[in-house]
Design a protein. Structure first.
Length: 380
């Protein structure tokens, strides 16, 4: 039978219906070409509880650990069941059936002794399956009541569960699971048909053991199949989660602005910080031993204290107008100004304020300082 999709949505125009088919395409076709940032993924987890997680792995671990617990505790469970049956058979002829207090307490006591250990193992396995995939994370968002889930939008539900890659993947995965589990059950039962047919001649305990053994074997093989299926499912869930959170270039820029601030504001802050540094740097020019200039474009002020410094330190530097201001302050405070174009350009480009002069320039700077000291000595 062929169903026209327009019959499902007779009130919608064809352009609206075509929007549905975007679900079949990757995020790139919607303009979302950038991988999600750590902030986007963290926000998706905190706000919506969305995380890449395979339910198949959790189910497989629950089944595996539960059946493992049954195998290890089978003797204990059988003993508890037999003890419970003996207790109720003995009490059936002596207890007042109108009094349910004793019967109820005995029932719950045996119930928790039989089911409790397996239940705790299953809970621990489910917890382990989630921790292995997403780590120790907790959010209350998924527990918050959401009335949209009680009365969902039928069109959106159809789009998400049927006309989407995720819906198609889950549908074919379910069909595949049913086929494989059916094949496992068929092959095991077919192999056990002679033994199962002979149970009519066996004591009830032996017949029950044969039936339980066949069922246990089917469940264990199905569990192994679930574990094998969990690997591609987990890879797909990770891909699908990342694909659903992909961002457009505009979204990445907006997020960067939110995290780092508006570029214009940052530029103004950098300019203000530079002005503050220049104001502080100008106050150190009078303490300099020498100012090396270009002479018109660059000026670098050096300070050297032999008793506390290994090498001269750049206390101020500037270009163009700032360089002229450095030279003016140096002249006012009788700081020597030496013209050396290559050295001034090299120190301006390679040394930050407050850093010592690199070793490759020590010889040149030492010659300048020694010459100035000799001139000062002769003047005295």
């Amino acid at each position: 039978m062929i169903v026209d999709i327009r019959e499902l949505y007779p009130r919608h125009e064809e352009s609206d219906l075509l929007k549905m088919h975007l679900q079949w395409f990757a995020a790139e076709d919607e303009g979302r070409t950038e991988d999600p940032t750590e902030r986007k993924m963290k926000k998706a987890w905190e706000d919506e509880g969305k995380v890449a997680k395979s339910s198949e792995l959790v189910q497989a671990l629950v089944l595996l650990f539960s059946f493992g617990g049954l195998a290890l505790m089978g003797k204990y469970i059988v003993q508890q069941v037999m003890e419970m049956m003996r207790y109720f058979f003995n009490q059936s002829t002596t207890i007042d059936v109108t009094s349910t207090g004793l019967i109820g307490s005995a029932f719950y006591s045996y119930y928790f002794r039989i089911v409790g250990p397996i239940f705790m193992i299953a809970v621990a396995a489910a917890f382990l399956g989630n921790v292995v995939q997403v780590g120790f994370r907790f959010t209350a968002k998924v527990l918050t009541p959401n009335f949209k889930r009680i009365a969902p939008n039928f069109k959106n539900w159809i789009n998400k569960t049927i006309f989407s890659p995720e819906g198609a993947f889950n549908f074919f995965k379910t069909i595949f699971k049913v086929i494989v589990i059916g094949a496992i059950a068929y092959l095991n039962i077919r192999k056990q048909i002679p033994t199962l047919a002979n149970t009519i001649n066996m004591p009830i305990t032996d017949a029950a053991g044969v039936a339980l053994g066949a069922g246990f074997r089917i469940l264990m093989e199905a569990t192994v199949f679930f574990l094998a299926l969990a690997i591609p499912d987990m890879l797909y869930q990770q891909w699908q989660h990342k694909e659903s959170l992909k961002m457009s270039k505009h979204e990445v820029k907006e997020e960067y602005k939110e995290m780092e601030g508006d570029p214009q504001v940052k530029a103004k802050l950098r300019q203000r910080m530079q002005e503050i540094r220049q104001a502080g740097m100008m106050q150190k020019v009078p303490d300099a031993n020498v100012v090396i200039t270009n002479p018109t474009h660059f000026a670098v002020a050096l300070e050297y204290k032999q008793e506390s410094m290994i090498a001269p330190v750049v206390v101020a530097k500037g270009q163009d107008n700032v360089a002229q201001r450095i030279k003016e302050i140096a002249t006012e405070n009788h700081v020597p100004i030496v013209e050396n174009k290559p050295l001034a350009r090299a120190l301006f480009a390679s040394v930050e304020i407050g850093d010592p002069v690199p070793e490759e320039y020590w010889r040149l700077v030492a010659d300048i300082l020694s010459t100035l000291m000799e001139v000062d000595r002769r003047a005295q």
